[in-house]
Design a protein around this ligand. Structure first.
Ligand SMILES: [Zn+2]
Ligand SMILES: [Zn+2]
Length: 324
């Protein structure tokens, strides 16, 4: 299960209602800040997430509307926040610019308040633990080294308690070891193979995040059957030519990608100031019903067969309702 908290959802420049790109993906104790547009630290405070354990930052690309907030964040960390280590993942071009911003402008020779690891992203797995992995994949936008990120829970084989009961397997460590795929010997001397009590593998939850992008044909396979796709939709269909000129997407292109890839739910972000959310939705819901436009402080929980909005613009919902 993943959770995503939107912090900033505007393209290029902030609007009265929208801040610049930033969102946090959570999985158990892990938190990943994806992009850090100007003003992100105030959004973090307002969202109630806080800075604790916010020590991994994934950057989609080096345009200023996605990275300028890193300067303020580091400046604040240097005064009063206790984070021992900060990892910033980005493609090479973005990483060079971030290096200049943090070490050239913010620190200017001063000692960093914590160790800062600037990690160059290349396509492939960039983070992994027992439960899930994060994979970077290339995205085409203006300039080199743009990346999207796939959060992928590992598949699991469910423990079939009724089969275990039928085999008279006692409660306790034997069942735990069987869940972990080990052959066990019961107190009565019988050996039980995990195959006897485990069901077929069930794929884990998949969340795909795409920042700024000029095309979608190269994203189909990574988006395949994603439970949630979060993707930029800077323009509406009437300005498709402008979208192409600036290597951005229209909401229609995002919706078509979702259909082609069998995506279950689609959340659009990086919306141009010129549009109203309801107009974007009216245009796209006709072709892909499970689409939403992200607002600051929206919180979504994504499970394999369930997609729930926990909070809308920061207001906790009384009765979350599954929309699958
Ligand atoms: Zn942007
Ligand atoms: Zn950009």
């Amino acid at each position: 299960m993943f959770e995503i908290v939107f912090l900033g959802t505007s393209a290029s420049a902030p609007s009265v209602h929208r801040g610049l790109s930033a969102q946090v993906v959570k999985h158990d104790e892990y938190r990943f800040l994806i992009d850090c547009g100007e003003g992100t630290q105030r959004q973090i405070l307002q969202s109630g997430i806080g800075f604790k354990r916010l020590n991994r930052i994934l950057i989609t690309h080096g345009h200023l509307d996605h990275i300028l907030g890193l300067a303020g964040l580091l400046s604040t960390f240097s005064r009063w926040e206790a984070i021992d280590e900060l990892e910033i993942y980005a493609g090479k071009w973005a990483l060079d610019r971030i290096h200049d911003l943090l070490f050239g402008v913010v620190l200017r020779g001063a000692r960093p308040p914590m160790s800062i690891h600037l990690v160059e992203v290349r396509p492939g797995v960039i983070f992994e633990d027992a439960e899930f992995s994060v994979t970077a994949f290339p995205v085409d936008h203006r300039g080199a080294d743009c990346y999207g990120y796939l959060f992928d829970e590992k598949s699991r084989r469910p423990f079939l308690a009724e089969k275990a009961d039928a085999l008279n397997i006692p409660q306790g460590p034997w069942r735990r070891d069987l869940v972990n795929g080990q052959v066990v010997t019961l107190p009565d001397g019988r050996a039980i193979d995990p195959e006897q009590v485990l069901g077929p593998a069930r794929p884990g939850t998949r969340l795909v995040h795409v920042g700024d992008s000029g095309r979608t044909d190269n994203l189909r396979s990574v988006c395949q059957f994603a439970d949630l796709l979060v993707i930029e939709a800077t323009y509406m269909q009437e300005e498709a030519a402008m979208a192409a000129d600036f290597a951005h997407l229209t909401a229609r292109q995002a919706a078509e990608l979702a259909i082609q890839a069998g995506v279950k739910h689609l959340v659009l972000t990086h919306i141009s100031r010129r549009y109203r959310e309801r107009d974007v939705l009216a245009e796209e819901r006709a072709i892909f019903p499970h689409v939403m436009v992200a607002r600051a402080f929206d919180v979504f929980q994504i499970k394999r067969d369930e997609f729930v909005q926990l909070a809308e613009s920061g207001q906790l919902k009384d009765q979350p309702s599954a929309s699958s």
